[in-house]
Write a protein that binds this ligand. Structure first.
Ligand code: ARG
Length: 464
């Protein structure tokens, strides 16, 4: 073969690749990240080939030894990656041949880079998905612990970011827990479709060798070989799903972030984030900025962007493999890194946040947060709800005029608006009375928070 052309596929070429084109089409700079999975896939493939008699046991053992050594060299940083060899697959294969000679050239029997790369990404993404699932669980664990400590803490609940009704802080935190439970389900579900093995599809049509795909799948702990070779080498829907699950997770995390940013502001002052999760300003000495939640909020942008990239990348691609698919890796890798980083930061930070109970309580006392409780009280005394709504509305208007909350008014003042009001009204106008009264499944009462925490703990225990 002419040494002017590519060693792996240069047979039919009469001139070398243009230097810029070689760099432009190469993926090794980023896909070398898949080296471990590429080697894992090659080991399974070689074992299968030996099992069905395409390789001898000696050849298999030489290949396994060579691949093992290459892995160590890569991990020690001693491996020389070459752009001329395009991608991680050809770099490793060429190194194997340098190491063990002609047997190295037999590894690619019955295989193509098309099914190889599809297998590598799935192995990679399965591993990362498992780490992400664990990180979601860790954050959820932190939320349960915090919610339990804050089961009795009262804060204003908001709609339209206006004070609505008092809630317990624990209940609020458990709303986040629920979002994350669904995120966990989405990633677990996505994992099922990641865990299907393309190997054996070869370039697109399968191979003429007597391969045993069930055996290869078993070796790599895939649920099953992919049903259709054309589909197996071409679709990246599993990566799109992963980015979709990541986008929803990040969306949830932006909601949490937004609240953390608001709550740490001087205007709210509901919580304190330990200094180690914050940074200062180079000009304003008084500043302590909630950088971590702000950054997580901002990082949602790139994750949504990667979802769009992959959807667009896959759109209109004819069967089967197209080089477009090489572009799947950077968005996917960055999504994985971003999601893991955000989860790690939150998993460390959220359990460490300190609530400022008095500030929360004061805030709940302002803004007529027990107005609905007064209306419900009137209904229990026989007033129709619409009339009760009107009576409370008038009481609130009076409170605004006289600068007092409902609970601060004298009984006579309240009675101006309805004669059915008695001294027992103050039981419902207190914050504690208000939250304790919402004592049903899904409600904000401290007792319900404790029960929800117990259910949450069972859920997490069931995942192990
Ligand atoms: N580097 C390629 C990718 O990432 C590997 C498969 C290339 N196959 C091919 N026939 N050019 O998708």
């Amino acid at each position: 073969m002419s040494n002017k052309t590519n060693q792996q596929w240069g047979g039919r070429f009469t001139e070398p690749t243009d230097a810029f084109v070689a760099r432009f089409t190469a993926s090794v700079e980023f896909d070398k990240r898949l080296y471990k999975h590429d080697i894992q896939g090659s080991i399974a493939h070689a074992r299968m080939l030996a099992k069905v008699g395409v390789l001898t046991e000696q050849e298999r053992d030489d290949i396994l030894r060579g691949l093992g050594e290459i892995r160590i060299e890569i991990e020690r940083g001693e491996f020389e990656w070459s752009i001329e060899l395009e991608d991680v697959h050809m770099n490793i294969e060429a190194a194997l041949t340098r190491k063990i000679g002609i047997t190295g050239k037999k590894l690619h029997t019955g295989r193509s880079r098309n099914d190889q790369v599809a297998t590598d990404i799935r192995l990679y993404l399965r591993e990362e998905t498992d780490l992400i699932l664990d990180e979601i669980s860790r954050l959820q664990q932190g939320l349960l612990d915090l919610a339990e400590r804050e089961a009795d803490t009262i804060m204003p609940g908001f709609t339209h970011l206006q004070t609505a009704q008092p809630v317990t802080f624990g209940h609020h935190l458990l709303a986040w827990f629920e979002m994350l439970s669904r995120d966990h389900e989405r990633f677990s579900d996505c994992r099922k479709r990641i865990n299907i093995m393309p190997l054996g599809a070869a370039a697109l049509a399968g191979t003429t060798y007597p391969i045993d795909r069930h055996y290869t799948a078993e070796l790599m702990e895939f649920t099953a070989p992919a049903n259709n070779s054309l589909d197996a080498v071409s679709d990246r829907d599993f990566a799109i799903e992963f980015c979709a699950a990541s986008s929803v997770l990040l969306m949830h995390m932006t909601r949490m972030s937004e609240e953390l940013v608001l709550w740490t502001s001087a205007q709210f002052g509901f919580i304190n984030l330990p200094d180690r999760f914050c940074t200062g300003s180079s000009i304003m000495p008084q500043k302590k900025n909630p950088d971590v939640p702000e950054l997580v909020r901002g990082k949602s942008g790139r994750v949504y962007g990667h979802l769009m990239s992959l959807l667009t990348l896959m759109k209109s691609q004819p069967l089967a493999y197209n080089k477009d698919n090489q572009e799947d890796k950077e968005p996917l890798f960055d999504t994985v890194d971003t999601v893991k980083g955000c989860l790690r930061a939150f998993g460390d930070m959220v359990p460490a946040l300190e609530s400022r109970k008095m500030v929360m309580r004061e805030a709940a006392l302002r803004g007529f947060s027990t107005a609905t409780d007064l209306a419900d009280y009137l209904v229990r005394k026989g007033v129709a709800f619409r009339d009760a709504h009107e009576i409370v509305g008038l009481s609130v208007a009076y409170g605004i005029k006289t600068s007092q909350d409902l609970g601060e008014m004298a009984l006579e003042e309240l009675q101006q608006f309805s004669s059915v009001i008695d001294a027992d009204v103050f039981e419902v106008l207190t914050l504690e009375g208000s939250v304790a009264a919402r004592n049903h499944i899904g409600g904000t009462a401290p007792q319900q928070v404790r029960q929800a925490v117990a259910r949450g703990r069972e859920l997490l225990a069931g995942r192990e």
